[in-house]
Design a protein around this ligand. Structure first.
Ligand SMILES: Cc1cc2nc3c(=O)[nH]c(=O)nc-3n(C[C@H](O)[C@H](O)[C@H](O)COP(=O)(O)O)c2cc1C
Length: 367
């Protein structure tokens, strides 16, 4: 049975299908992190393209947490109004939208500006990471920053938030024994490394109640020596379930180096066999967990999306690069043109984004 266009619910969020736009940094926010008309237009286009759930690009919860140029921010009340119209427009099209909230930690732009970046532990890797250890009082402040970001997201009308706990940003650094070498209650055992995330969830829940959707994106594996591994992903997921998380999106990689295991892999996916980076992790997750799984990474065909649901390897299908090239992909599939996404996973979309021009697919004709 084709479940792709089922109506479902995540917490109170009613979704018209099982397609998700995975968080995608557009490089189009205003310099202060406020939402621009260009980003709102992009979200509207995705909603018109029948994406059931749109996850915004990562938005920094405090100014020292900015990780990319022209990135969205949610660090101050004055940013709320800029998001309202975008959310309203998306809702009018029948889609839902959650704000991805994030702190870049050791990967913050602060380190390139010669001011101090911090991570769970002090770490120096020449030309890659240079950060000091975050203090316990700063950790408490961080929980407050994430909570306030969620409060602002709710005020702006978002249907929920997604904590960015993947890709080597701060929350993912805490989970990872590679980054987190602390000896206090935030380091060591997996329960300790997950503590900051669990405290953030608890803080948001006690402020906004049970009915506000809280999602998280985590790594299935860091794919670095001494990093967070697949076996720990299951343990963390169980802790997240007990803390009342509403959905988990599985991804992977740390952004430390461009490798075959980066979160956005460069490799032409021209057959079903090459799709789905985290199939094994998804299998493991679905064996143990009942919290809905949003699966991202290298999913390119309608058939594969359908199969992942049929085989109970995912509850939601999340796409990033295919929707940069074809924002109307889901509509196209829904209308019966089920040819695979035309994205060739070349990552050239990063080029204009990093250059400050904003994201677009630069490849004209492919395949
Ligand atoms: C240009 C670009 C920007 C991205 N920005 C984010 C982001 O803000 N937050 C996030 O969690 N992942 C981000 N990602 C990763 C994607 O959400 C996704 O996990 C990854 O690209 C794999 O999915 P895909 O194969 O469908 O592209 C970004 C990826 C790309 C290509």
């Amino acid at each position: 049975m084709n479940k792709l266009f089922d109506k479902t619910k995540i917490n109170q969020m009613e979704l018209k299908n099982r397609f998700v736009r995975s968080a995608t940094w557009e490089g189009l926010a205003n310099p202060d992190g406020s939402c621009s008309r260009k980003i709102a237009d992009m979200m509207l286009e995705l909603a018109k393209g029948q994406v059931g759930l749109i996850i915004t690009s990562h938005a920094y919860v405090s100014q020292c947490g900015q990780g990319s140029i022209r990135q969205l921010g949610i660090y101050d009340d004055r940013l709320i109004s800029g998001y309202k119209k975008m959310v309203e427009e998306v809702h009018k099209e029948g889609s839902k939208i959650v704000l991805q909230i994030s702190h870049a930690g050791a990967r913050a732009l602060a380190q390139t500006k010669d001011s101090e970046a911090f991570g769970p532990s002090s770490l120096k890797i020449k030309d890659v990471i240079n950060c000091r250890e975050i203090t316990t009082s700063e950790i408490l402040k961080m929980t407050e920053n994430f909570k306030m970001a969620a409060v602002r997201a709710k005020k702006a009308g978002f249907d929920g938030v997604q904590l960015h706990g993947a890709h080597g940003y701060l929350l993912s650094q805490f989970l990872s024994p590679f980054f987190n070498r602390r000896e206090d209650e935030y380091g060591g055992s997996i329960e300790n490394r997950a503590r900051l995330i669990l405290e953030i969830i608890q803080a948001i829940r006690s402020e906004l109640g049970k009915q506000f959707a809280i999602l998280i994106k985590i790594n299935s594996d860091d794919f670095i020596e001494g990093g967070f591994a697949q076996s720990e992903m299951v343990q963390v997921s169980a802790l997240l379930e007990s803390a009342g998380i509403d959905a988990v999106e599985l991804s992977g990689g740390t952004g430390l180096k461009v490798s075959q295991y980066s979160s956005s892999r460069i490799s032409k996916i021209d057959s079903k066999r090459k799709e789905v980076y985290y199939r094994d992790a998804a299998k493991l997750y679905k064996k143990k967990m009942s919290v809905p799984l949003i699966l991202v990474g290298g999913i390119r065909s309608y058939e594969m999306a359908k199969e992942l649901l049929e085989k109970n390897l995912a509850d939601y299908i999340s796409l990033c690069r295919p929707l940069i090239r074809e924002p109307d992909l889901i509509k196209r599939w829904q209308e019966g043109d089920i040819k695979r996404a035309t994205c060739i996973s070349c990552n050239k979309c990063f080029v204009p984004t990093r250059a400050g021009e904003g994201i677009y697919c630069v490849v004209e004709n492919q395949r």
